[in-house]
Design a protein around this ligand. Structure first.
Ligand SMILES: Cc1ncc(COP(=O)(O)O)c(C=O)c1O
Length: 368
């Protein structure tokens, strides 16, 4: 895999936008539905507020937001830091692990969300890749073999981008045990937590009683507000001070209006909002997978998240082929090789478009 560079998402999105034909965009993970009502009304109310509320919030985030999240996750408020999306929470965890841990390696799955290994290299660390099982999960024994005395962290994501695999509590427990053995952190990115199609499959790493677990999350996907940049990390108490300092030195603070609107929305949004969006994505996935059957493609049906990985016989998931799919089939996906070697012959399609069914028909026609 290549070094730190511009992520290939941007190239594919630009290529699709510049195409000479109508293209269904299944490249990025931007939700295409409405945020909770309280997000819009909260921002409107905010705009009428006093100038004081337009100034710096506490660096680690609005206290009430941190306390609400702490209560929801049953942890102490001092462990919660509000971040600029899951991205910053992951950065804080990885940088802290490399700085305070005993090693310079970060263990991660292959295929993997590319920001993990690019960020590892940016921080001077070395990624160690563990190929996933055929169903997209990680085998703890394989993680154990990859880990060693130079391991600073194991970073996992579930529901997973790109495979759609969902890791349960038992797997997280085993991974935390491996991390513990090496004085490393288990960093569990749970940003797709609200999108689980197999009920009961998901378990948060917070359920594991371990001093080495960091959970990262955000409202980017669950509230359809990727542009707000409100996320959080829940860190072990012993690291919370170091994390808060790093967050302050990098950002000073996060966005106050966005945090306030999210707090309003957490309180006001019924479960049915999340369930409705999850069910709609589940329906899209079912339709898309049916059409992949018609196209003769191999695929893994996601247990969670926004993405379907598929493989077409004799048509590997290279950048050139992904461009050709845009030009000739009118469907833009991500080349599998952008996520690593183990699924390099696959493509990844994001189902966050109302045109997923149309895209599936186009693929079926193109490949049949
Ligand atoms: C696995 C994973 N982690 C983190 C992010 C970034 O999340 P945020 O927008 O909350 O920073 C994404 C975005 O697609 C993602 O897929």
């Amino acid at each position: 895999m290549d070094d730190y560079e511009r992520p290939p998402f941007f190239h594919m999105m630009e290529y699709a936008a510049d195409a000479d034909r109508d293209v269904v965009d299944m490249v990025s993970g931007n939700p295409d539905w409405e945020p909770p009502e309280a997000i819009r009304s909260g921002l409107q109310r905010y705009a009428e507020g006093s100038v004081e509320t337009f100034q710096y919030p506490p660096s680690e985030g609005l206290y009430d937001l941190r306390a609400t999240l702490a209560e929801r996750h049953d942890v102490g408020t001092e462990r919660v830091v509000i971040t600029n999306g899951t991205a910053e929470a992951n950065y804080l965890a990885m940088a802290t692990a490399l700085e305070t841990g005993s090693g310079g390696e970060i263990v991660m799955a292959d295929p993997v969300y590319p920001y993990y290994h690019k960020r590892t290299r940016m921080l001077g660390g070395t990624p160690q890749f563990v190929p996933v099982e055929p169903d997209g999960t990680l085998a703890p024994a394989a993680v154990r073999r990859a880990a060693g005395e130079d391991t600073a962290a194991i970073v996992v994501n579930s529901p997973n981008n790109p495979t759609g695999a969902v890791y349960g509590e038992a797997l997280k427990r085993e991974l935390a045990a491996v991390a513990d053995e090496h004085d490393a952190l288990l960093i569990s990115d749970e940003v797709y937590e609200r999108f689980v199609y197999d009920e009961g499959a998901f378990g948060s790493a917070l359920a594991v009683d371990s001093e080495s677990v960091v959970v990262t999350n955000a409202f980017s996907k669950s509230m359809a507000i990727t542009g707000f940049r409100v996320g959080y990390g829940i860190f072990p108490e012993r690291l919370a001070d170091a994390v808060r300092t790093r967050h302050m030195l990098v950002n000073v603070a996060g966005s106050r209006p966005a945090q306030r609107a999210v707090l309003d929305a957490i309180e006001a949004t019924p479960e049915s909002y999340y369930e409705h969006n999850r069910d709609r994505l589940g329906d899209r996935i079912a339709t898309f997978c049916d059409a992949l059957d018609d196209a003769g493609a191999a695929y893994t049906r996601p247990q969670g998240g926004f993405y379907v990985m598929a493989r077409f016989e004799g048509y590997p998931g290279t950048l050139e082929n992904a461009e050709q799919l845009i030009d000739e089939a009118g469907v833009a996906g991500m080349p599998g090789d952008a996520f690593g070697d183990s699924r390099a012959s696959w493509f990844r399609f994001a189902v966050v478009t109302p045109r997923a069914a149309e895209a599936a028909e186009r693929l079926a026609t193109y490949f049949s």
